[in-house]
Design a binder for this molecule. Sequence first.
Ligand code: NAG
Length: 304
Amino acid sequence: INSEKHLSTCLGALLSRGLKSLSPVLVPLNLALHPRKDIMVTASDDHLWKMWAFPNGNIIMTGEGHTDWLSGCCFHPSGTKLVTSSGDTTVRIWDFTKGECILTLEGHSRAVWDCSWHSCGDFVASASMDNTSKIWDINSERCRYTMRGHKDSVNSIEFLPFSNTILTSSADKTLSLWDARTGLCAQTFYGHLHSCNHATFNMKGDTIVSCDSYGVMKFWDVRRVTPMVSVDAGPHPGNQVVFDPSGHVVALASSDGTVKTLELNSGQLSSLVGHEDEVQSVVFDHKAEHLLSGGSDGTVRLWS
Ligand SMILES: *[C@@H]1O[C@H](CO)[C@@H](O)[C@H](O)[C@H]1NC(C)=O
């Protein structure tokens, strides 16, 4: 890691309340960006989600109802609703205009690690420690499919935008692609030597990046089964990984307390230093002018 070459500087810390990690292997804090506005939601282990404006850091709304820590959160494509997942085994849908939880989805037998909203707004997907993922039909308020195949906890889930493809990552060291119309596994990617904590598509949807509990990132062509490139950003766990909107930069939330950025053209890996504990979540804003990171030190930091 070349620490001389930090082009980014921390602009400020938005949160001040302590959000202590319950367990070092878990992901207690997640950030989600509004589909268009400079608004984010944090999901935290105090059982709440909070909606913030940035860069000023004003709290707009708080959601209370889950009975255990929150893991994932994701905006409805219109920006009017939110889905959250929790250690209380439920997935909840929140309506901002009503200011309340309008639906509680029960069915997972263990903690739910992550959730994602389909681009049409009618379906959400959830990933659980019970080794399954589920697709929920929001209109009929039912579980449409339970996706079985992973042999250990499913740690992350996301829809490829404007498609019926779902990507999961698991503690069984694999990633899988699923067809949301059938609930069946279409492809499994082998190569990680450790538990996969997160995986995501680039904006084009042709490349996947994943990270594991030893800080190794792997890049995959969705049409091939073997990884194209591996980048060792360890030995600390990588908790979440994202592409910037251009697809040329990847940011990794690391348990060593830094955000790692990788420029794909040059291969240069840098560290953003500022958090005082593990970094759990990273997200680029819409214009990629800012990077937001959330950590177990209870802060969200905004980087230029
Ligand atoms: C999930 O997988 C783990 C590891 O293979 C296993 O020990 C556990 O029993 C499984 N849990 C369920 C609910 O099937």
